[in-house]
Design a protein around this ligand. Sequence first.
Ligand SMILES: Nc1ncnc2c1ncn2[C@@H]1O[C@H](COP(=O)(O)OP(=O)(O)OP(=O)(O)O)[C@@H](O)[C@H]1O
Length: 701
Amino acid sequence: MRPALLDPLFASVTSLAGVGPKLGGILAKLTGQDEGEEARVVDLLFLPPHSLIDRRNRPEIAFAPEGTVVTIAARVDRHQLPPRGNRAAPYRVFLRDGTGELALTFFHAKGDWLEKALPIDEDVMVSGKVDWFNGRASMVHPDYIVKASEAADLPAVEPVYPLTAGLSPKVLRRTVDAAVARLPDLPEWLDEALARKQGFPTTTEAFHRLHDPRDTADMDPQAPARRRLAYDEFLAGQVSLALVRRNVRRVKGRPVRSEGELARQILANLPFSPTGSQQEAVAYILKDMAGEERMLRLIQGDVGSGKTLVALLSMAAAVEAGGQAVLMAPTEILARQHHATLSRFLKKTNISVELLTGKMKASERNAALARIASGEAQVVVGTHALFQEGVNYADLMLAVVDEQHRFGVHQRLRLTAKGLAPHMLVMTATPIPRTLVLAAFGDMDVSKLTEKPAGRKPIQTVTVPSERLDEIVHRLQKAVEDGKKAYWICPLVEESEDSDLTSVEERHAVLRQFFGDRAGLIHGRMSVAEKEAAMSAFRDGMTRILVATTVVEVGVDVPDATIMVIEHAERFGLAQLHQLRGRVGRGDGASSCILLYKGPLSENGKARLNILRESEDGFLIAEEDLKLRGEGELLGTRQSGTPGFRIASLEAHGDLLEIARKDAAYLIERDPELRSERGEAIRTLLYLYRRDEAIRFLRAG
Ligand SMILES: Nc1ncnc2c1ncn2[C@@H]1O[C@H](COP(=O)(O)OP(=O)(O)OP(=O)(O)O)[C@@H](O)[C@H]1O
């Protein structure tokens, strides 16, 4: 159970003074909660300010720099009321010092309040941004107005937080302050010697300093407070991963032995032979499964490298040994695609394939559940519905999780917490650097699929300014006449976002004028059935151009699609562009990728698109992306809520990750149940960082 001392932090943000349901909703969005989930007080602690307002700059009026926040000491000279009946005109108050005049400008102001705050001839201090216009200095809505005698009330520096629509900086700051004030005295979970050596403050001190910085030095990722919190975050992650690993391994593996008979049958019916990388990966997997320990292996495969076949051959081994195997996909569409692919590959064998997703009819679902429970279903493909209440397996031997960064650790825990002890294979599509593997997955065995199937031609990638859209459309028309298929990707649009992004629907409407019914449409707001229909129309060739949002990014496999057009390529991360591009070049045909950008591009923007033009190596692209954008983007945390980091940054704190990993391993080795005094404190750490699934699981196990 969560320690009671954390209760105040886990209350809803609406328990903070001045936070009603409306503000609560905004904060939920700002802190990245799932749809319908509310933000808790603790979530506000993890919003690090990104910069500082320094109010110590105190120039005389004539020397106040344009566009900068300053604090000015001056005397109130006169008030200028807006003309009667003109509600749009501002109320002005003029201040003077020995050097000049400053106009304080207020819109929709209440005159009596201003008369009280700024009486004529009073010495005051105001703080805010100064603008110069026609030689006159003005400050619109000062942040602070105080009497000269109360100058001490002005903060020297103030943190600035990322903002979102409907939230004023002041309100956000006040709310975060209220959250910080809730922090209890936390037990120390760090080894004393380590904390001393690193010069770490306590976690409570660190949060206080994070949100109440004294100086620009406090904003540096290497500031002791930030390093402490980064370490905590890494440690929480590493301990929870170590617990998973230990508990996956604790239950003895059941050696799965197969003669490879089913694999031979499958391969005999394939129109191609496996690549060296695929064979090697399968060999490792079979060896792992035949051993005494449970397998915990990560397959990293670049786009189109053929991960599905690796999964299938591994599952065949489990089936041959008399057990069942599941393949869990991150989305409904992908689950159905995998199901179709596997059914095709297994047609000439006796292996039965079952589909189980959340969107099935009750009757279908019950029938599927019965076959899974009886063992009649040997290979089961589905979404996370595979591991929900009420799903019982006759004899699950292997679980393959096609993770694509969308699941994260707790799905894996849920699987193990069901009392199942299958071998586990995790597949990721985005190649990620070693440091990220460690941070996100912990110490797993890793196989890489580096080789592409034989006969693949390089994808010709070009960058084109969006002004040349017409030209692209004409070329596409020719290509479609020639029987080719193309994806046309538009960035996702939320109604509230800037509308210069092309929405898929608009683009679809435009392309329909050229392509008629041959232009299909797919996006995330469609129902599963609609998406399915759109995918199969494209697969079967009824439509030839599929206008899509990034729903097609992950794993979609239509091998005869050979053209990829991506609009606003400058807005996507490199890894994501690589994923999208990977939807073509999956068959024998020559493929091309057109990156449309809206110029002018920044230097960095040019550099990024160039990397993509020059390389098709996902591993290299991922490394470059990491350098250019930071790891949060790479993992796609923003879109998918996968285990990302809120304060720690691998770039800045990579040294700490390695220490945290060893620390966690040592701790779990000594105190696997977290019973010692430090173990108890570590439990608090895990709750604080929302990594507590591992604890619940400890108790269950
Ligand atoms: N050895 C091979 N030779 C030729 N084609 C192959 C081979 N292995 C797989 N394929 C085919 O290549 C395509 C891509 O395979 P798969 O869908 O498994 O890719 P993936 O690794 O999941 O890639 P992504 O992450 O991009 O979806 C499929 O159409 C598959 O049938």
